[in-house]
Design a protein. Structure first.
Length: 128
């Protein structure tokens, strides 16, 4: 598997970036190496067969209008094309998988999940 560049949520204002074909169409792509983001960012990994796939279009449409909320929550987006099926995973700042689904997630559900995390609550309190 080749290295996966990351797109910070600010890049969503322009577009969601999709990486080129992967080395194989594994049923489930392994998570990319996210060690450099541990304790700094949450990462949303979106795997999709193609940018024209309905699930991908739904996910992109849910995220584009709320890019400021993604930035506020220290979220990076990694989109990988050529997956066998659509999948979205949220990786917490601690490196653990916090959410894993085979269907798009709404921005509201994503924000509620992140905002309920102890680290996020502490971040919100420290900004007040």
């Amino acid at each position: 598997m080749r290295p996966c560049p990351l797109l910070n949520a600010a890049g969503l204002a322009a577009a969601l970036v999709v990486l080129g074909p992967s080395d194989s169409r594994a049923e489930t792509l392994p998570l990319p190496d996210l060690q450099s983001h541990r304790w700094k960012h949450r990462v949303l990994v979106i795997d999709t067969p193609a940018t024209t796939a309905a699930d991908y279009q739904t996910q992109a449409s849910a995220l584009l209008p709320v890019w400021e909320g993604l930035i506020e929550r220290d979220l990076y987006i990694v989109t990988r094309g050529e997956a066998a099926a659509f999948r979205v995973r949220l990786i917490g700042k601690d490196g653990g998988v916090k959410f894993d689904a085979a269907a798009p997630v709404s921005a509201e559900a994503l924000f509620a999940l992140i905002d309920a995390m102890p680290m996020r609550r502490a971040e919100a309190e420290s900004k007040q």
